[in-house]
Each structure stands twice: as C-alpha cells, then as structure tokens.
Ligand binder design. Structure first.
Ligand SMILES: Cc1cc2nc3c(=O)[nH]c(=O)nc-3n(C[C@H](O)[C@H](O)[C@H](O)COP(=O)(O)O)c2cc1C
Length: 152
C-alpha cells in the first residue's frame, strides 16, 4: 500500500484544518495509508518509509513559515530519490501562491523529491482565520487529485 505523510506548521489552526481536509480527500482513495503530523512532531528519520510527502505552511511575510523552510532543508540532506511531494499554503489578501512557489523552488533547489502537482494556496479571512468559504472544499479536492495521481 502506498504511504503518504502530511506535515504542516500552524499557529492559529487554519493550515492544520487545510491539512485535515486534504487527508480526508486522500482517504477517499482506500489504497493509501495516510499519516498527518505537525512538523514539530514529525519523525524525519521515518521519512524514507513514505512514498509521498505533502508539506503545508502558513504564509509569513510573503514566504513559508520558517519551520517549514528548515524542514525542507532537512529533507534535502536525505536520500529521497523517487519519492514525491506536493505543497500547500494559507495566505491573506494578495499573497496567493507566494509561499507555495517559494516552497516549490526550495524543494527543487535542495532536495531530490519530485513535485507531483502544482501547490494549493488557501485563503484565510484574517491573521487568525477563518478559512475563506469554499476553500476547504478545494483542499479535499486537492487530496483526491493527489491520490489519483499517486495510484497511476
Ligand atoms: C507574523 C505573521 C506574518 C504574516 N505575514 C503574511 C504575509 O506576508 N502575507 C500573507 O498573505 N499572510 C500573512 N500572514 C497571515 C498568515 O498567512 C495567516 O495568519 C495564516 O494563514 C494562518 O494560518 P495558521 O492558522 O495555520 O497559523 C502573517 C501572519 C503572521 C502571524
């Protein structure tokens, strides 16, 4: 069974909620074994067990939260050839996809992971949220789409 891990950072819970909705999309495909974890609790030594990893960050000052950039750098030190990755962010206002693009750039520069599909950028209404209406639906669809791609 293919194994997927979802790692996220969150301050107010919005990115966690997006991660959980992505997981519910992934789980609709019953052939996947899905794990989810706050990046603080993520067991980086166990990453080799996964076929794919999804990484989510809140946008902070136009870039992914620092913990996530550091996490990507740590992944870059491991041999993850043949494993796949996709990213997601939460943002306010006009910063659509800004953190997503920076995460993807960093992944391409620093790791051997292969990007499965372009990242997902989810809008929140204020610093503390909530997630903008309709956006959680997109998160679940994103999970479903990734599941289909992984099983091809
Ligand atoms: C210190 C700080 C800086 C932020 N800077 C930006 C920013 O530059 N652009 C943006 O779109 N959102 C910015 N935000 C809003 C966050 O993206 C928003 O709080 C986040 O999506 C909420 O996710 P969370 O509940 O998972 O922490 C900032 C938030 C904080 C706390």
């Amino acid at each position: 069974m293919l194994k997927v891990s979802v790692a996220y950072d969150t301050k107010y819970g919005n990115t966690k909620l997006v991660a959980e909705n992505i997981v519910s999309g992934l789980k609709e495909a019953k052939e996947l074994d899905v794990a989810i974890s706050d990046v603080d609790k993520f067991d980086i030594d166990g990453v080799a067990d996964f076929d794919a990893i999804l990484i989510g960050a809140p946008n902070r000052f136009g870039r992914p939260a620092r913990k996530i950039s550091k996490f990507i750098d740590k992944l870059g030190k491991l041999d993850l050839e043949g494993k796949q990755v996709a990213v997601f962010d939460t943002y306010l206002g006009k910063d659509f996809e800004k953190a997503v693009k920076k995460m993807e750039g960093r992944i391409n520069d620093k790791t051997s992971l292969q990007i499965i599909t372009p990242g997902l950028s989810i809008r929140v209404e204020g610093m503390k949220g909530p997630v903008t209406e309709g956006e959680l639906h997109k998160s679940k669809e994103f999970g479903k789409k990734i599941a289909i791609q992984l099983m091809k």
